[in-house]
Design a protein around this ligand. Structure first.
Ligand SMILES: Nc1ncnc2c1ncn2[C@@H]1O[C@H](COP(=O)(O)OP(=O)(O)OP(=O)(O)O)[C@@H](O)[C@H]1O
Ligand code: SF4
Ligand SMILES: [Mg+2]
Length: 337
């Protein structure tokens, strides 16, 4: 792999779930990449496909009912969608680690923190018990747990929520992964602890150079630590850009809506406006723009054709007909058909 190549490249990913009510099209053609040492945030409302996308990267979609029906996931040039489960097991937790949406269930209440922290290391890297404990102490220091030597002997219930989350992060880092996926890692925590944990991600990245995908429904959370942001809506990515693009020059009406619905320190006192309406039904998603039913700027073309990707700038891409000069000619073509 060329060293300038992205560490992860997701192309045209489609994931469905078969249910008695029909087929849920949870992820509908997602493309994105992650450069080495970078933090990409994937943001969007509940149900838009963030967790399904990250579970697909880990190849943890339960099959059945789920299935990756199309697309490729290249990790360091290797297509993960083509790997055997055995090969995938060697990558999972070692080269790619994930912090799941509900961190509390990630810890076993009956085992000491030391046992849980060293388990993955001993299993995957066959290191001695002494070496594993040494490494566990080091990683506990990195994630900011005081007195690591003593605390290794304790059980999860002897830790506060914030400290437990630090242990879950330490568990994800102990095998020195190259890619860390954190799915809503701070949702269960109060606001002050949330900020500390997010700062911790920055510290970890500086210390280890790990590439991070941070998933959240809250755009405000990512303002400080994301290098780039991908905004998801109804199983698709509808805008991507670097931190400045998204926060200062948002182009998609949905991204603007998300920004208006999060509190901002610099706009204290301004009224927050939630986005009216609900996302479309993913059993039969609309063929045009999925945001059309909620969009104040909806045009005729929007209901008919999914907006193609427009390069607003080199770093900033958006799928919205407002930004694309082809909208008018396309509508004329449809009218003549
Ligand atoms: N096992 C499953 N069976 C059926 N549908 C599923 C399953 N898992 C996910 N889905 C559907 O896939 C879609 C995307 O779900 P996903 O969990 O990725 O959302 P999310 O963006 O992570 O939301 P949240 O912010 O609430 O975590 C939803 O419509 C969800 O109902
Ligand atoms: S494509 Fe049309 S409906 Fe969709 S966000 Fe843009 S203007 Fe609104
Ligand atoms: Mg989720």
């Amino acid at each position: 792999m060329n060293k300038d190549e992205p560490i992860l490249k997701v192309n045209n990913l489609h994931v469905t779930f078969s249910t008695y009510g029909g087929t849920v099209q949870a992820v509908r053609g997602v493309d994105f990449h992650l450069n080495k040492g970078e933090t990409l945030a994937i943001v969007g409302e509940s149900g838009c496909g963030k967790s399904v996308t990250s579970n697909a990267i880990m190849r943890l979609i339960p099959d059945p009912p789920g299935k990756i029906t199309a697309g490729n996931i290249y990790f360091k040039g290797v297509d993960l969608t083509k790997l055997s489960e055995k090969k995938m097991r060697a990558i999972r937790g070692v080269d790619i680690s994930m912090i799941f949406q509900d961190p509390m269930t990630a810890l076993n209440p009956t085992l000491t923190i030391g046992t849980q922290l060293t388990e993955g290391l001993r299993q995957h890297q066959k290191v001695s018990k002494e070496k594993a404990i040494e490494k566990a102490i080091d990683i506990m220091e990195v994630v900011g747990i005081p007195n690591p030597k003593e605390r290794l002997k304790q059980y999860p219930h002897q830790f506060s929520g914030g400290m437990r989350q630090r242990i879950v992060i330490a568990m994800a880092l102990i095998c020195e992964p190259e890619l860390l996926i954190a799915d809503e890692p701070t949702t269960a925590l109060d606001v002050t602890i949330q900020a500390q944990i997010l700062e911790l991600f920055e510290t970890i990245q500086k210390a280890t150079g790990v590439s991070i995908i941070l998933i959240t429904h809250d755009l405000g959370v990512v303002a400080k630590i994301a290098d780039r942001i991908a905004v998801m809506y109804a199983g698709k990515i509808i805008e991507t850009g670097n931190n400045r693009d998204i926060f200062y020059q948002p182009q998609h009406p949905y991204t603007k809506g998300l920004l208006n619905s999060v509190p901002r320190l610099d706009l204290a006192g301004e009224k927050l406006e939630p986005i009216e309406g609900t996302p479309p039904d993913l059993f039969s998603p609309p063929k045009g723009c999925p945001f059309a039913a909620r969009c104040p700027y909806v045009m005729e073309v929007c209901n008919k054709v999914f907006p193609v990707q427009t390069e607003y700038t080199d770093s900033h891409h958006v799928n919205c007909w407002l930004q694309d000069e082809r909208a008018k000619s396309l509508l004329a073509t449809i009218a003549n058909e």
